[in-house]
Design a protein around this ligand. Sequence first.
Ligand code: SAM
Length: 355
Amino acid sequence: MALPPKAIQGTVPLTFVAPHQTAPYATDTPAHDAYGRRIDYLRVSLTDRCNLRCVYCVPTPDLPHAPHAALLTNDELLLVVRAAAAAGFRKLRLTGGEPTLRHELVELIRALKAIPGIEQIAMTTNALRLPKLAGPLKAAGLDRVNISIDSLDPVKFRQISRGGSLAEVWAGVHAAAAAGLHPLKLNAVIVRGMNDAEVLQLAALTLEHPWEFRFIEVMPLRGVAGLAEEGVVSSAELLARLAAHFGTLEPCEQKRADPARCYRLPGAQGKLGFISAVTDPFCATCNRMRLTADGRLHLCLLRDHEVDLRAAIRNGASHAEVEQLIRHAVHLKPWGHGLPEGVRPQLRGMAELGG
Ligand code: SAM
């Protein structure tokens, strides 16, 4: 069965690719995509549920969730990650929704870390459950965390997250640091008129702490495109504002596949990262794919192409067949997003994809 060309080129989701089909994918390990990019980083959404409702992420507070039966079970998820590791994936990031809401998370991380080939497991979280979980997660094999913190003002934070407590986030940050989840990275999505007036204070955290603070350009995922189009603040603008206040920022050594461009404030202990997916994309060094909680490989964050692994698994696909599907999906990965051409993702919101 040949793939419909439109599914490869356009934004039509690939709902199912039969495991037995002969495909034009490479069988090398690690897998490279059709453009020669090595793809070895899988971002795994563990749930589409979240205990916050950040305005740039969740369009309405009452967003419906996938039914429990739609989500990959732990056994299905482990099958996917074993197959991905066989295809050369080496790094996992657990995300969501809020990944710490996943049942049996500690046991799941222990099992994921035991998979041959998986070298590093990170997690992106709002930190609310870290006071309880940071120690057990570290002991189970979690290497590090990125924590979302969009404001240092408790009232503003509550507005942005639609009800969250900044004090609880700070408790989670300190629990992560105490548990040794290093290097600790903090993330803020900057939206003009919402929290852009706070960038100096946010950046100043790195003067005293050995953390990396990352400024993320707001992206037009489903449901928040309007807010994102009007609210995006370019990394270039932020850099100029920070330099005007703190003096020249020193560039840090850049890891090739790291989407964040890295700088240091004069005299700072920590670093700053700028993720400019909208105004200065880094598609040429993209090394990642995403697995949704309902078992689809999502090939590019800002496009709608997907390959349905859950259907294959529930139709009895073997480890080897799932690996073949993953290699095929890697081959189909689009070159980059189409924001400048007006392509906007329609299929899923950020809470389903995990950033
Ligand atoms: N609940 C976790 C958290 O709060 O970090 C993980 C899931 S959240 C969807 C993952 C990351 O995506 C967070 O850093 C969040 O700030 C970011 N994010 C959400 N919506 C975004 C958007 N429209 N544009 C850019 N980043 C976004």
